[in-house]
Design a protein. Structure first.
Length: 266
């Protein structure tokens, strides 16, 4: 079974909602893809096709028919890629999704056995943990993009952590006596708290696997969706719906494009 140079993107509601973001990024990058909306099972011919990359994002494990996940695992070992993005129905999620599944066996992370969702009001700022990798190269990480939430996991032995998230707490050090007074950076305290793995990658047979702890869409992706200028305005293909579009930051789009291309060898 020959790999199709195409992405199978499962989850994130539909293209009128959260899926619009990654659909917009892949459209802008010229990456061919097909969609399986949340709450919908893969088509009956799913196990007869082999995609270059499978993206599972906020997609309930219960949607898969018997043998579908095993098929993904088999294709990854043959050279396909598997990317899981964060969400309430990713990893363990809210009620337990993938931690005991065939997919968990080949992912580069150890999933929790309890609710792994983390939500924070102050940004969790991201920073690389390696000097260079095709997923993170060419991006201005010194500007410290921040996310608002993620799924908590640990990297497996042998996997490479490319990004970590550092939780912050911002606090005004004094009350405002005069709102016309000039701002002083000393008035705002930024405390660095614990850190977590956010992006881990590995190889599995002839294929690649990647786990990104946060989501590609709001609310978890937070301000990272606007990371980079100029902004990109991208209309979605008409087969996804009429008049759909996204407006996103250039660096945000580049990061997810590089993540998709590396994992799927596209």
């Amino acid at each position: 079974m020959e790999l199709e140079k195409k992405v199978c993107y499962l989850g994130d509601d539909d293209a009128t909602r959260a899926a619009a973001y990654l659909c917009g990024i892949m459209t802008h990058a010229g990456i061919p893809f097909e969609r399986v909306d949340s709450g919908v099972a893969p088509k009956d011919d799913f196990a007869t096709r082999a995609y270059s990359l499978y993206i599972v994002s906020d997609y309930s494990a219960s949607n898969f028919k018997r043998g579908d996940m095993e098929h993904i695992v088999e294709q990854v070992k043959r050279g396909a890629g598997l990317l899981m993005l964060g969400g309430w129905e990713s990893y363990f999620g809210r009620l337990g999704e993938y931690q005991n599944s065939p997919i968990a066996e080949i992912m580069p992370v150890i999933m929790a056995n309890e609710d792994d969702r983390r939500n924070y009001s102050s940004p969790v700022v991201l920073r690389p943990t390696v000097a260079s990798h095709p997923i993170i190269d060419g991006l201005p990480w010194q500007t410290a993009p921040g996310v608002g939430g993620f799924n908590r996991f640990d990297a497996k032995k042998g996997a490479t952590i490319l990004l970590e998230g550092v939780r912050t707490q911002t606090t005004w050090s004094k009350s405002v006596d005069d709102w016309n007074a000039p701002l002083d950076s000393a008035d705002l305290k930024v405390e660095l708290l614990e850190k977590y793995p956010v992006l881990a990658v590995d190889e599995c047979g002839a294929g690649r696997v990647a786990a990104f702890a946060s989501d590609v869409a709001p609310h978890w992706i937070g301000g990272m969706v606007d990371w980079g200028t100029p902004r990109i305005f991208q209309e979605l293909p008409e087969w996804l719906g009429e008049g759909l579009f996204v407006e996103i930051g250039r660096d945000y789009a580049q990061f997810f494009e590089q993540l998709v291309r590396w994992t799927g060898a596209l």
